[in-house]
Design a protein around this ligand. Structure first.
Ligand code: DGL
Length: 274
């Protein structure tokens, strides 16, 4: 690996920028490539075979651009395609499910956790398995409408609050029916941290004094990347980032700049096929 390694990060859209943001803060000794596969979004409603095909082509593109390690900043691709990705490329591949479960383990005292994610991630039960390995009981809820709302930039919109409220209501009722005393909610989709304050407000309204910690895998993933690639911290350094999108560059740049908190110059439009 070069003295300044180049790390490829991808997601179906802007959600993975929540992971890139943590990487830029905690693993600033590297430079980055970020790919938003916006033409094929959402991944979360697709079959395992389709997600694996999309994820492999995204990964191979980043490796062809020189990526020396890959961070799958997408829970759906991490849940459904990690093995396919590790077979398809020869660089280290780090997903976000294991790190999300590790963050849940660090957070939970009751050992009961709730997970919200895309339909495909929930159907894979990857979180239930990763939580079980860590001695946690997990209950999962698919929230398929949240990704399109985030991609529209409807972050603090009444429709988004209503939709998130319906999902969380359902999840809390289901957890109670199962006799769980969950104290942690895992945002099992990298788009959802962009709705964190909406989700925290809804939980506060619904829980009447009981606290549920909301966590995502971005920080733990960044820590793991830094440790695994032996990246020394470089506090003064501003990593270089190149951005790619498979659909409207203008929309991706506008939304991404808002979410990443820094300008995204020169987003390149690429074609990865269907
Ligand atoms: N952000 C992705 C995830 O973490 C997937 C969103 C989607 O394309 O459905 O699962």
């Amino acid at each position: 690996m070069n003295s300044t390694p180049l790390i490829g990060v991808f997601d179906s859209g802007v959600g993975g920028l929540t992971v890139l943001r943590a990487l830029l803060e905690q693993a600033s000794a590297a430079d980055y490539l970020y790919l938003g596969d916006t033409a094929r979004l959402p991944y979360g409603s697709k079959s395992q075979a389709t997600v694996a095909r999309y994820a492999v082509s995204s990964a191979q593109f980043l490796v062809a651009q020189g990526a020396e390690a890959l961070v799958i900043a997408c829970n759906t691709a991490s849940a459904l395609a990690l093995d396919a990705l590790r077979m398809a490329v020869e660089v280290p591949v780090i997903g976000v499910i294991e790190t999300g479960a590790t963050a849940a383990h660090e957070s939970s005292r009751t050992k009961d956790v709730m997970v919200i994610a895309t339909a495909a991630t929930v159907e894979s039960h990857a979180y239930t398995a990763a939580c079980l390995e860590r001695g946690l009981r997990a209950i999962e809820k698919a929230c398929p409408l949240l990704v399109p709302l985030v991609e529209e930039g409807w972050i603090d919109h009444s429709v988004t609050r209503d939709v998130a409220g319906i999902y969380l209501d359902d999840l809390l009722a289901h957890a109670a029916d199962n006799g769980m005393s969950a104290d942690t909610l895992v945002l099992g989709c990298t788009h959802y941290p962009l709705l964190r304050s909406v989700i925290e407000d809804i939980l506060r309204e619904h829980l009447q004094g009981r606290t549920v910690r909301v966590i995502d895998s971005a920080q733990v993933t960044a820590q793991q990347v830094a440790a695994r690639l032996a990246l020394e911290s470089a506090s003064q350094r501003e990593p270089a980032v190149r951005f790619y999108a498979t659909d409207s560059v203008t929309k991706f740049r506008a939304l991404g700049t808002r979410f990443l908190g820094r300008t995204m110059d020169g987003v390149e439009l690429i074609d990865l096929g269907g």
